[in-house]
Design a protein around this ligand. Structure first.
Ligand SMILES: Cc1cc2nc3c(=O)[nH]c(=O)nc-3n(C[C@H](O)[C@H](O)[C@H](O)COP(=O)(O)OP(=O)(O)OC[C@H]3O[C@@H](n4cnc5c(N)ncnc54)[C@H](O)[C@@H]3O)c2cc1C
Length: 399
């Protein structure tokens, strides 16, 4: 591969082939590792256009892997002999329009930094994944991220209006409408999201929180439909006995309910803040006990009792966003067969293995022919030379 021509695109301080830099980007939060050829830190669209042309000249020798913060849990940003394109130098908030509640921001901007910036205008991007302190807007758009409050606020596809991208044809495109939606959730397989225009919302400070203890799966399933009817429901989180214990609560099932209106059973504000902070740190606590592998299946409500029953039987700790039907079972490394067994159960009950973290390399084998065909059509249009994120979402050889 021609390193010298690559060095003509990027100055010395924004390109590296050093082992320590390659190691830093050879994995993401999935814990999957892959070999890395090099890493570049672009600052603008012209450089990226030249980079795509360089990659095209290398034929199939190396692919380009876009990287935000590497908090992805499906292995989407893990290189496979690739050149990693790290977007941490493209972080600017370019425009804030308080009157029409829209903003324009570069793909590498970290969510918390963006929301801090927007707090001056009493606005925020309310899609808040647990990784909010690190994850980037481009990574969130590329994975169609959601979060605890998705039942109320939706997910990234509800906020991205337009996007500026560079695709595998080395074209800089401004995407609108349907074309934008094709890139939401495309996991860096079509090109790089350089900028997005986003809808944002005024901050709401008046929500309240209630914790409900339930002794059994039957009680959980009986209660959820009732709670889902509550007007102004903002979040509905489930914790099983093991996750409740990890939060320092009694080892029973619990539901955490956040809503816009108050009731007499609500926690006071300080306790509510403490509880949500603990909830957002739950995965880190479980991971510190060896439960590193977190999955994200979507489970239709009719299948919830079976899924929870299966997880209880196999002693797999689980929490989840019950407002939108996403469960987060947590596994130890080495339990991959058990993960596969669960995914088969999920598909039998009409669910989907990938609810919010993306497909990456972890969930490719569960995609339907229809989903693979739709992806292949998008790939043929935007990345016909297979320059971006090869073997993510689907394997070329399996097509
Ligand atoms: C503790 C923890 C909690 C989490 N909680 C949630 C949650 O509540 N909800 C949720 O949805 N996810 C959650 N996640 C998963 C993860 O944070 C999200 O998927 C997030 O959107 C990834 O953002 P990132 O910037 O880290 O992207 P990365 O991990 O760097 O990349 C993710 C994918 O997007 C692609 N990509 C990144 N940037 C771009 C770009 N600019 N253009 C094109 N492609 C790009 C990459 O190639 C890769 O395929 C959590 C992760 C952790 C570690």
């Amino acid at each position: 591969m021609n390193k010298n021509s690559l060095k003509k695109i990027f100055p010395d301080d924004r390109i590296s082939f050093r082992a320590e830099d390659l190691m830093a980007v050879s994995t993401d939060a999935s814990g999957i590792y892959g070999p890395c050829y090099g890493v570049v830190w672009p600052e603008g669209e012209k450089e990226l256009q030249r980079l795509v042309l360089w990659a095209r000249d290398q034929r199939t020798a190396v692919d380009l892997v876009p990287r935000g913060a590497g908090t992805g849990l499906a292995g989407g940003a893990v290189p496979r002999g690739s050149l990693v394109v790290d977007l941490s130098r493209m972080t600017r908030v370019l425009e804030v329009n308080p009157s029409d509640e829209t903003i324009r921001v570069q793909g590498g901007c970290v969510l918390d930094t963006l929301n801090q910036h927007l707090s001056r205008s009493h606005l925020h991007l309310p899609v808040i994944p647990g990784s909010h302190a690190a994850c980037t807007v481009g990574g969130m758009a590329a994975t169609n991220a959601a979060g605890f409050r998705a039942i109320h606020f939706g997910r990234m596809e509800d906020y991205v209006i337009d996007a500026l991208v560079v695709d595998g044809n080395a074209q800089i495109r401004t995407l609108h409408g349907e074309s934008t939606q094709q890139w939401i959730g495309s996991e860096g397989t079509l090109g790089i999201i350089l900028e997005v225009t986003l809808r944002v919302r005024p901050r709401e400070n008046s929500s309240t929180t209630q914790k409900i203890k339930l002794p059994s799966i039957e009680d959980v399933c009986a209660f959820i439909p009732e709670i889902r009817q509550i007007e102004g429901l903002v979040a509905l989180e489930l914790l099983d006995p093991a996750c409740s214990a990890a939060m320092g609560w009694e080892d029973k099932y619990h539901l955490l309910v956040e809503r816009a209106a108050s009731s007499e059973k609500d926690m006071d504000k300080t306790e509510a803040l403490k509880t949500w902070k603990a909830r957002s740190e739950l995965y880190a606590v479980l991971a510190s006990h060896g439960l590193h592998i977190i999955e994200d299946p979507f489970v239709p409500f009719e299948g919830l009792a079976s899924a929870l029953g299966w997880l209880k039987e196999h002693r797999i700790p689980v929490f989840g966003h019950m407002g939108v039907g996403i469960l987060h079972p947590c596994f130890e490394p080495g339990q991959e067969q058990r993960v596969d067994d669960l995914m088969r159960v999920i598909m039998e009950i009409g669910g989907k293995p990938a609810g919010e973290h993306g497909v990456g390399v972890r969930k490719r084998e569960y995609l339907s022919l229809k989903e693979l065909t739709a992806h292949r059509l998008r790939k043929d249009r935007y990345d016909p030379h297979r320059i971006f994120n090869r073997d993510k979402i689907w394997k070329e050889s399996a097509a």
